[in-house]
Design a protein. Structure first.
Ligand SMILES: Nc1ncnc2c1ncn2[C@@H]1O[C@H](COP(=O)(O)OS(=O)(=O)O)[C@@H](OP(=O)(O)O)[C@H]1O
Ligand SMILES: [Mg+2]
Ligand SMILES: [Mg+2]
Ligand SMILES: [Mg+2]
Length: 381
């Protein structure tokens, strides 16, 4: 692949994800420190917040401005149904304010914002524009504005995930992880930080270095991580980017696995059985959101498995960005049958064989696939 293929797309995607991370941090601080009714339940009982809609509107607006709204196809998680209800006036106003505040800061990220504040209908339009159905042909952006919304409302881990799919293949992945520090050792500080915040004695935010943005371009063989932008600092490419690489541990006894926090999202007992049968010893880390992909990509863990209940269809926006980053960092991502994830069939990962397996390397991956094969019949899925 030519060196500069997707260079423009990657540049805009990284900048807008940095913007979205800053937006989310502001909203999360508000949610954690105040009790508000800013968290809504969707029809499937999953949460959605002003951050989800605001990030979707912001990313949609920036991509449309940059590439021309006629040329941009976006598949994203949220729609405007709840926001358009009569009793959502306050919520909608909060989204409008949040989006305009964020877009006003676009120049700091080297992007052009609107000449005047966007109207409510422009913002609703930007959100609804992300209703593409994707498919096997052409370019489609794939966005999860806040992945791990549950983690987000609990003051914990979450991610902003943006990917580009071309002709059914994920070619760019950008993952903003606002609470996943550049250095793993700072992770514990993050929790102390939130404890301190809840006791209303917040320490100075910049000493925590919380958060990072990761990105990769398919077939480049490289995945990168940048610190978030702090204070008045401007985004300067490459913004202290560091190469990241998967862990070299291939002995299962030394490997760390991670999995979704909620039992409802993945069969914990089945994956525990698999992990045990290949010789993993450590207790799995339970982490919200695509931060699990981030953890594998930079070597903080070696294995991530997700086996949703039968009938649940995985969405492409929950995986596309993470897959590009993990693969370019040297890892392997497949379904439980060992096949790559198929991003060419619209919003869902159609044809997914049982579950998703993300590994730091081929040796561990092979062992897990064999274990799935051996134990599937006896599983209680
Ligand atoms: N029933 C069920 N089974 C499997 N997966 C589901 C299910 N319901 C929702 N989702 C999707 O899971 C996304 C969150 O995944 P996580 O790995 O972060 O799960 S967890 O919160 O840590 O348990 C979550 O993403 P967000 O909605 O962006 O948070 C959903 O797309
Ligand atoms: Mg959701
Ligand atoms: Mg998600
Ligand atoms: Mg989401």
């Amino acid at each position: 692949m030519e060196d500069d293929k997707y260079a423009k797309e990657l540049d805009v995607a990284v900048r807008v994800v940095h913007m979205a991370c800053a937006l989310c941090q502001r909203v999360q601080e508000g949610l954690v420190s105040a009790s508000t009714d800013q968290v809504k339940s969707k029809d499937d009982d999953s949460p959605v917040t002003i951050a989800d809609w605001s990030v979707q509107a912001t990313v949609s607006w920036i991509l449309s401005e940059f590439f021309g709204s006629q040329n941009v196809s976006i598949i994203a998680e949220e729609d405007v149904q709840t926001l358009s209800k009569a009793d959502s006036v306050g919520l909608l106003q909060a989204v409008v304010n949040t989006v305009n505040e964020c877009l006003a800061g676009a120049p700091k990220y080297g992007l052009k914002g609107p000449s005047k504040a966007l109207t409510t209908s422009q913002i609703l339009e930007a959100i609804s524009q992300c209703n593409s159905v994707g498919g096997p042909k052409g370019r489609h952006w794939v966005l999860d504005p806040v992945d791990g919304t549950l983690g987000f409302v609990r003051g914990d881990q979450y991610a902003v995930a943006l990917a580009l799919i071309e002709d059914g293949k994920a070619v760019i992945g950008v993952l903003g992880c606002p609470n996943y520090p550049m250095k793993k050792e700072l992770l514990n500080y993050h929790y102390q930080y939130h404890e301190a915040m809840s006791k209303s004695s917040p320490p100075s935010p910049d000493i925590w270095e919380r958060g990072c943005v990761m990105y990769a371009r398919k077939d480049s063989g490289e995945a990168w991580m940048q610190p978030p932008i702090h204070g008045d600092k401007k985004f300067e490419w490459p913004n202290s980017a560091k190469l990241i690489r998967v862990s070299s541990i291939d002995d299962p006894a030394l490997a760390t696995s991670c999995e979704p926090v909620e039992k409802a999202n993945s069969n914990h007992s089945f994956t525990e059985e698999l992990a045990h049968s290949v010789g993993l010893r450590k207790k799995p880390m339970r982490v919200y959101s695509m931060v699990k992909y981030a953890a594998i990509a930079r070597g903080d863990a070696e294995l991530f498995m997700k086996f949703a209940r039968t009938g649940y269809k995985e969405k492409i926006w929950d995986h596309a960005a993470g897959v590009v980053i993990v693969e370019e960092a040297g890892g392997v991502v497949t379904d439980a049958g060992g096949r790559p994830l198929d991003f060419s069939k619209g919003p869902y990962l159609e044809g997914l064989d049982r579950g998703i397996i993300v590994c730091s390397g081929a040796t561990l991956h092979e062992k897990i696939i064999d274990a799935v094969y051996a134990s599937w019949d006896s599983s209680n899925l």
